[in-house]
Design a protein. Sequence first.
Length: 645
Amino acid sequence: MKILFKRIFKKEHDPLPPEERMKLIEDSSKLVGPGVFYSTLIVIASFLPVFLLTGMEGKLFSPLAWTKSFILIVDAFLAITLTPVLISFLLKGKLRPENKNPINRKLESIYTPILTFCLKWRKSVLAVNIVALLIGGLMFTRLGSEFMPPLDEGSILFMPVTLPDVSNSEVKRILQVQDKLIKSIPEVTHVLGKAGRANTATDNSPISMIETIVLLKPHNEWRDGKTKGDIITEINNKLQIPGVTNGFTQPIINRINMLSTGIRTDVGIKIYGASLDTIDILSQKIKKALEGTEGVKDLFAEPITGGKYIDIVAKREVIGRYGLSVDDVNSVVEAAIGGMILTTTIEGRERFSVNARYAQEYRNSLEALKKLQVQTMDFGPIPLETVADIKISDGPPMINSENAMLRGSVLFNVRGRDLGSTVQEAQDKLNAMITKMPKGYYMEWSGQWENQIRANKTLGMILPLVVIIIFLILYFTYRSMKEAFITMITVPFALIGGIFMVYFYDINLSVAVAVGFIALFGLAIETAMLITIYLNEAMIKMVEKHGNSRETLTEEILRDYIIFGSAKRLRPKLMTVSVALFGLIPILWSTGTGADVMIPITVPLIGGTITSTIYVLLVTPVVFEMTKLRELRTKGKIEIIDAKH
């Protein structure tokens, strides 16, 4: 170790004999190996919350955590095995000292006076950092929240809902009018709409629900200053049709929401109970209570009453006189209205059924249905109304059930405000109503809010465990609780820059932002651990020269070696941070698909990396000096941490 420290701290480096060079490389490997191992463990442990995320957020971010972890494991293995071998082959001859590098010399000339000033005014420096931490905490409380940042899919899904008793012809007319108005907007290139359900068992849409996919032109062909939000607002203003409630989302996220939560909007309130009429009354009250809430858009109560049905009930006492049965009457109704399969045509491997039913004019009104002819054996054809009661009755347009209970929904999207505060205000408005709901009826929040609560709960449970794990790793690194604590207090100050950047970039807290802070957590601990190791090396050098007692050590000597240990290892610390920043900063200018998620991850990571670097370079030596001075005054000597640990 003496040869190692001699070569590390000596200003001029002379060529070494092969035996001494190999010994120096071996000592360096023994010194660096444990640090690489523990720093890798720390970064991997910091990603533990990401590994344990479930649902959509887990599928989206777990590949990032796995990739990062595998890279670190391979990197650590190569750093311990391959790097010393390459050094023994490539670094030969006379090595120039670090102070011969003009960039490093300039950085040291700037850093050393600043560090000296901070050590001289250490209490003021700590006070400034505490004030900055308090300001960051205040900013954090003012940040909005959401489940995931909205990903721009490049298209719009327009989902208006009309009255449940709308006819096929009327909904067809509405669809044509809407498509024509949407196509008139310059940024729209294609419009495709459908009403009702598709030919699939997974689509349970009623005829009153319209889905229109709006494909947009590339951004460079849009009008100046136009955003996607402006286009949605323009579509909404043009399509104010009486009896139609507009709704906007995106095709992919809409399908994901419907499959995962059963809600096709950002937020939904599910009302459960035993009676559809009571559920409908509660839905209308909730809808009325939420009207006017800032950020609540496309608000409507899913209609569960108001559907129209044609009831055709055979008159059993009459059909008996005509020699008919109920099946005879139902067969006429089936052939006239629903259609009857006559045969099946075969074309290669495909099969197509051939159906027949009455023409439209014979079944498009109640009077036409009454005049349908029923054939009898003895009396010839007679009108359907003679042997059956035909009337229109009210009923539910569609029955939804969940958890073995009937269910209604109040749906809305959130625009112009963050999801968290919008739902919080809506919950405050509904708190009084919840306590007054009839017995056996209850409501729950769903949609993106349900996902957000689940993700926050997972992160809240795992993060304290991660902090404990990392603290234990630091303890086994230093064999000192005090040194581990000094490294850990870097974390809150590292978060300051992340919070500042998130605040000024006007980004809401989300799972993506949380992943950015988690990555920052590991990086901040790693850089703080690096400088702490170098400061302890300087303490070992100081004790070798001046001893370890109160009589031989002074505050000036201690400060000189702290400055020496910080300044002479400035380059590796800055290189560690610069590599991370150079890889992240270009993401801030990225555009296109995926940028909406990557930028919220990157912004807190960049800001936190900058502030954690400032803290590690300026404040960690201050805290380290205060700790060693206290040890010197109370114990008469300082605690030495062997760098090989």
